[in-house]
Design a protein around this ligand. Sequence first.
Ligand code: URA
Length: 183
Amino acid sequence: MHNNIEAIAREIRLCTRCRLSRSRRQAVPGEGSTRARIILIGEAPGREEDATGKPFVGRAGKLLTQVLNNASLTREEVFITSVIKCRPPENRRPRKREIRACLPYLRRQLAAINPRVVVLLGGVAGEAMLGIKKVGDVRGKPIERERIYMVTYHPAAVLRNINLLPYLSEDIRLAKELAYNET
Ligand code: URA
């Protein structure tokens, strides 16, 4: 079993572990630095991600890029991916069994990159990785496990409710501080 990021991405692009492989145009393994200190994990690819094979390139992605840049981070220095790597039809919520089938890829990406901080964007990522469903209860508070986790709002949720933007921005800033400042 190969565990470097490119080998994992190749496996993901050929994956047939669940039925989303039949409806996808392209799988979206993720992109960024293989030595990233921060990994950001969304929910699932949407239409534009499915069309391009790249993570977070639609409207939510543009917002995420902006929020990263405002925190003096670039997309190139972090790693951006999602819990599941193939688009669900009509962007429906990923099913439990799809998440179960796909999670080993994310776990291998985490092991290969070994980031200091894991940012979980939205309730699907929060639940898949930590069993946390309600983002509002835990956002802004780093959760220390084998690495530091932060759960925050998904950029798509921020697009639906712009009042959430300061929270997402603050959480990304804190993630940067935790990842880059020696303690
Ligand atoms: N939303 C996600 O959760 N992931 C993407 O890659 C794009 C949008």
